[in-house]
Design a protein around this ligand. Structure first.
Ligand code: FES
Length: 79
């Protein structure tokens, strides 16, 4: 299986901290959305997306997996 799965049709509001490493789930199978929990390794060729932020603050991370600005919501869930 290698199909990306939409998990929720709205972004996840999270507080991310400068200096921390985050892994955004690209496959949609993680039970810890929007972050990777390693589930992609079982049945997909997807890899999680590593990212960090420049500033500690609130961010909106994509849950629908259709964004063109990974890992951030760009409103694609409304299209
Ligand atoms: S569980 Fe989806 S990318 Fe890791």
């Amino acid at each position: 299986m290698n199909n990306q799965k939409t998990t929720k049709n709205s972004p996840e509001k999270v507080i991310l901290e400068k200096g921390k490493k985050y892994f955004w789930c690209t496959c949609g199978l993680s039970g810890k959305q929007p972050f990777c929990d390693g589930s992609h390794k079982v049945s997909t060729d997807f890899k999680s997306m590593h990212f960090e932020v420049e500033e500690t603050k609130e961010y909106y991370l994509c849950n629908c997996k259709k964004t063109n600005n990974q890992p951030y919501c760009d409103g694609s869930h409304n299209k």
